[in-house]
Design a protein around this ligand. Structure first.
Ligand SMILES: [Fe+2]
Length: 623
């Protein structure tokens, strides 16, 4: 009987692998963390090797491989789109061709060659993989499912109903009508990178007013009551050319697209606010519709659009569902998880364990009673970890000075550093799967410090940013500090800072523009408070990440504040660190004050000089 399934996603962006053993996710990782190429789309050979090693499985013993989409159908879409728009689409078709003819159409051979496995290879549908990644690991026995992204084979979003080990996909929206591509068109027009800059556009929205929302509704997109949409393809170029938007956008929005890295203007801020409003409108309508169709009380989300945590926060507040769960790797990396789970439950017909047995988390041990929370993603801590002893040996072999602290004393020691406005890099436990750092590979700071936002941006991340940092908060304290009393373990919900902690702006401060406005403290935790008082938060339970929880609890004891700044452990343009070696390099290339590698603490002033040239550090860029 089949016991092991390796899920793979590749050749679009964020290639990843995931290993299931007896239906449990034992490992998952993105290829970028190993290859050190951000959003690496290549075949995830290193990630697959890691997953197999973590599960103690040799490639020759693997039972099944599940790929997250159907390359032939995707090829058909490209080809038909080319014919529809011929001869205009020839450039993009010609650009895509060599890649298709080498690896993608012959995916089965590619997989067999790369993995050297005799395993049976199966192909899922792109949106089926997203849907499976949303529902099967969720804490719900029954739920409505909504997947939204740019495009898979043909589908751009799908509605489904999950029950036990079954998923019924009820309906789908097809290319070119896509909420993801609509959002990406604005990302492109505002001068950010498609497929990674969407986050920045979302962060820009609170500076603007939705003054273009009516124009977008009138000219660009027709939104039906069920949330399905029709794009007016006169204004979009993604089907026919190697760009998202053209002259039509320029006419509607007063001039050409913003050049990447050039100064942001009020227009981009208003465009961001406008497309955010439209996106929320579409997501809410889709969510209401799938609620009506399925009658389910809970909702599961995946697909790139599910990373829009502002829309997710709104969805929760609107109360359409009793609760919602978002796959932490909502983008295509999560397709590897979904493909594997779809094979396990849908193809092999294996039962789905009850929520009590599914999670690998221990029971809730915090002193304050919380409703139980378990899912199949283990807090997204599904990547490699490094034993303390090995790290010590590695540090000694390089003559890097360090202090070994006992596990009991470690939370206090880290909290003490943070409370003294030190910036601390933390590598502990297993690496996170998905785009967010959640306390396994994070840079931490004091959210109460008014200078922390700019210090961390300019000295650590080497950028100037209009976005505040994200807070991690003790789950049991969240409702005292934010206007929410729910779990957000994967930093995929936005909520407002609690009213008593807010500081009213003076008229002069309100009139400030852009980053100047962000630099005015607007709450007791200014480093994590956006200009509209919102925060993109992560709630931390002890059972998901004991050490991280203990650090937050120690910080609370010391300062009265259960919140820390949590930003991903990397610099701009690099993937999040994976190994202690990656972490040390990043530590030394930046102005971080301390580095914590498991229970070893390294202080900047004690380290030998770093030999690399530091010219590149002086380039501050807008991010
Ligand atoms: Fe996708």
């Amino acid at each position: 009987m089949a016991r092991t399934v390796l899920g793979l996603s590749a050749f679009y962006h964020d290639a990843a692998a995931c290993l299931l053993v007896d239906g449990r996710i034992v490992a998952a990782a993105q290829e970028e963390r190993f290859s050190r190429k951000k959003h690496d789309p290549e075949f995830p050979a290193r990630a697959a090797r890691y997953c197999l090693a973590e599960g103690g499985i040799a490639a020759k013993d693997l039972d099944l491989v599940a790929f997250y989409d159907k390359p032939l159908l995707k090829f058909e879409r490209l080809f038909e789109t080319y014919l529809d728009y011929a001869p205009r689409g020839f450039a993009s078709f010609q650009k895509a061709m060599p890649l298709w003819l080498t690896n993608r159409l012959w995916m089965e051979e590619t997989i067999r060659r790369e993995l050297e496995t005799p395993a049976r290879i199966l192909f899922g549908d792109h949106h089926e993989s997203h849907a499976a990644s949303a529902f099967f690991p969720s804490p719900f026995e029954e739920a409505a499912i909504l997947t939204m992204d740019g495009v898979g084979e043909w589908a751009t979003s799908s509605l489904g109903h999950g029950r036990g080990n079954t998923i019924d996909l009820v309906s789908e929206l097809r290319f070119p009508h896509s909420i993801g591509l609509l959002y990406s068109a604005f990302t492109y027009f505002c001068g950010f990178r498609v497929n990674s800059g969407e986050y920045k556009l979302m962060g820009l929205a609170p500076y603007g007013a939705p003054k273009y929302a009516d124009v977008i509704r009138e000219k660009l997109v027709h939104v039906c009551d069920d949330g399905s949409i029709r794009l007016n393809m006169e204004y979009f170029d993604f089907a026919s050319r190697l760009r998202m938007t053209g002259a039509g956008f320029e006419r509607l929005f007063g001039g050409p697209a913003r050049e990447a890295e050039s100064k942001l203007t009020q227009r981009e801020m208003d465009l961001a606010a406008s497309i955010q409003e439209i996106t929320e409108e579409i997501v809410l309508k889709m969510a209401r519709h799938v609620r009506k169709v399925t009658g389910a009380a809970y909702l599961c989300l995946a697909g790139g659009v599910a990373l829009n945590c502002v829309a997710n926060g709104r969805l929760l507040r609107e109360g359409i569902y009793d609760d919602l769960w978002v796959q932490p790797a909502a983008g295509d990396a999560g397709g590897a998880v979904g493909a594997a789970l779809a094979v396990w439950h849908r193809y092999l017909g294996m039962p789905r364990e009850s929520p009590e047995r599914r999670g690998t988390w221990r029971p809730n041990t915090s002193s304050i009673a919380l409703p139980p929370y378990e899912d199949g993603m283990s807090g997204a801590f599904l990547g490699p970890s490094f034993p303390s002893r090995e790290i010590a040996a590695w540090l000694e072999s390089h003559d890097y000075p360090f202090h070994t602290v006992s596990r009991e004393a470690l939370p206090d020691a880290v909290a003490e550093l943070i409370s003294k406005e030190k910036v601390v890099g933390l590598l502990q436990g297993r690496m996170e799967f998905g785009p967010r750092a959640l306390g396994g590979r994070s840079i931490l700071g004091d959210p109460r410090s008014p200078r922390m936002q700019s210090v961390m941006n300019l000295k650590i991340k080497f950028r100037e940013s209009f976005r505040p940092f994200a807070p991690s908060v003790l789950r049991e304290e969240v409702s005292k500090w934010f206007e929410i009393d729910a779990d957000s373990p994967y930093m995929l919900l936005v909520a407002d800072v609690a009213r008593p902690l807010r500081r009213e702006m003076s008229e002069a401060e309100k009139a400030l523009w852009g980053i100047e406005k962000l630099n005015v403290p607007r709450s007791d935790i200014p480093a994590v408070t956006h200009v509209d008082y919102s925060a993109r938060l992560q709630t931390v339970r002890r059972e998901a990440n004991p050490l991280y929880h203990d650090i937050l609890a120690a910080f609370l004891r010391k300062t009265g504040c259960p919140v820390v700044v949590n930003t991903s452990f990397n610099v701009r343009g690099e993937p999040i660190v994976c190994t202690p070696g990656d972490a040390y390099t990043c530590f030394m290339r930046t102005a971080m004050d301390a580095l914590v590698l498991e229970n070893h603490v390294l202080l900047r002033e004690e380290q030998p000089a770093w030999s690399e040239g530091d010219e590149w550090r002086k380039t501050f860029t807008l991010d």
